[in-house]
Write a protein that binds this ligand. Structure first.
Ligand code: GAL
Length: 441
């Protein structure tokens, strides 16, 4: 056979291909995990250039950072060769972090993974902008479809692709109260809006100037969504978000009036307070009530408060039987700088060990159904039971029912309402927001 004059080039090419395939990085799997096979850790496989993972969140303080640290502990134990870079940006509910993330994404500087809420925030924002890689392979490899709730999968999926790894379930519609203040004033924890308003009237008459603690604007939106649920009930609440309901309806007017009344019991310095500051007013005895997600429980525990003594809880009055939920999840961006290390992080975030380290500290229940109940305190055990039996509806403030564009229109209208208390104008703005950015288009 005659040798081609191209033969030396072919040899060079073959050598180069062999070299390339030797350097290729297999998908990461946790050390000691049966699924890992013989592949070793991502760090071992990927070499120095992939030896880190930058994870973006807004968990920097009061209960939240401690939860994240606990999960980082599991990550470090399973992937000792990957350096964890904590790119958290302060600000409750991601108010600052989300803006920083948007700027980074625009500049093509994506972190390896970020915290995103299951629901419209994920699907209507990041997936709509083609910023995420599907992670079905992780669900399949790790058997997560058998342990993640059926309610959740559609909220993190589009066209059969799953786009995030949920780490928890938080409850938004919780009323935290100071048991001592209620007892001293002969009051029970309220069960509906009327008994709540009556209790706050009684407290004001007894000299508690601002019985309901509130913080900066996102906490007002949080209060708004819970009062909307209490006022409308779950069917009509779901309907205004799906586009089947009518934002101009009389029931919405009544809900906005209830919201205005609730605001009348709040502290005048709300806009200057973080959610932790506002929650703290309750356990310090300066306010009787605070409506906040159950990350407040993580905070109360961190500052040494005891359940039932320093703080009690009940569903936001009128929303009993409903679990207004949100779920923190982590994503795999298209073009993640350290993709294998990002996969390693996601593997921990979806694992039982990762979730059982994170959630008892964070004040949330695991997204997985097989969490170890012995690790969770009294409040979280009650949340697990309610999650299993209540009607589930989604949160606005924390990304479930509206995408970022719609939420931002609502936020602008809310900002005005907080200064002028004009129910009619607020309702008009909500009608317009649904028409402009939401499903009423
Ligand atoms: C939510 C987030 C929670 C908690 C809260 C307050 O949006 O899902 O995990 O961090 O903000 O910062």
């Amino acid at each position: 056979m005659r040798k081609s004059k191209f033969w030396p080039m072919v040899v060079v090419l073959l050598l180069a291909m062999a070299l390339l395939s030797a350097c290729a990085t297999p998908a990461a799997a946790p050390a000691g995990d049966a699924a890992a096979g013989d592949e070793g850790t991502a760090a071992e496989a990927a070499g120095d250039s992939a030896n880190q993972v930058e994870v973006f969140s807004w968990w920097t303080g009061g209960g939240e950072a401690a939860g994240l640290e606990a999960m980082i502990g599991v990550f470090n134990a399973e992937y000792p060769d990957i350096e964890f870079i904590n790119a958290a940006v302060a600000g409750g509910a991601g108010t600052n972090a989300r803006a920083v993330l948007a700027t980074r994404l625009q500049a093509g500087d994506a972190p390896d993974s970020w915290q995103g809420h299951a629901g419209q925030e994920l699907i209507g924002t990041y997936v709509a902008a083609d910023q995420l890689e599907p992670v079905n392979f992780l669900f399949e490899e790790n058997g997560w479809l058998d342990v993640m709730p059926e309610t959740l999968i559609p909220l993190i999926s589009q066209n059969g692709n799953i786009y995030s790894v949920p780490v928890n379930i938080h409850r938004a519609n919780v009323l935290w109260y100071n048991p001592g203040i209620l007892a001293d004033n002969g009051l029970e924890a309220p069960t509906d809006l009327d008994s709540w308003f009556a209790a706050m009237d009684a407290l004001q008459a007894a000299g508690v100037e601002a019985p309901l603690a509130m913080g900066e604007q996102w906490t007002a939106m949080h209060l708004f969504e819970t009062v909307l649920l209490s006022s409308l009930g779950p069917d009509a609440y779901d309907a205004v978000w799906s586009g089947e309901g009518d934002w101009a309806g009389e029931d919405v007017t009544a809900a906005l009036e209830n919201f205005a009344k609730t605001l009348s019991y709040t502290n005048s310095d709300a806009s200057a307070l973080t959610w932790q500051d506002a929650s703290r007013l309750v356990v310090d005895g300066d306010a009787a009530f605070n409506v906040m997600g159950d990350w407040a429980e993580g905070y109360f525990r961190e500052i040494g408060m005891a359940p039932q003594e320093d703080y009690g809880w009940t569903p936001v009055p009128g929303s009993n039987g409903n679990f207004q939920f949100l779920s923190d999840s982590f994503v795999l961006p298209v073009g993640a700088p350290h993709r294998d290390a990002a996969i390693a992080w996601l593997t921990v975030a979806g694992s039982q060990a990762g979730q059982d380290a994170f959630n008892p500290v964070k004040g949330s229940i695991p997204a997985r159904s097989d969490g170890d109940r012995s690790l969770y305190g009294e409040y979280l055990l009650s949340a697990m039971d309610d999650w299993a039996s209540d009607r589930v509806v989604g949160s606005l403030t924390h990304g479930v029912v509206a995408n970022d564009a719609w939420k931002s229109e609502i936020d602008t209208a809310l900002g005005l309402f907080l200064t002028n208390s004009d129910v009619a104008a607020f309702q008009d703005a909500l009608v317009n927001a649904c028409a402009a950015a939401g499903p009423c288009q």
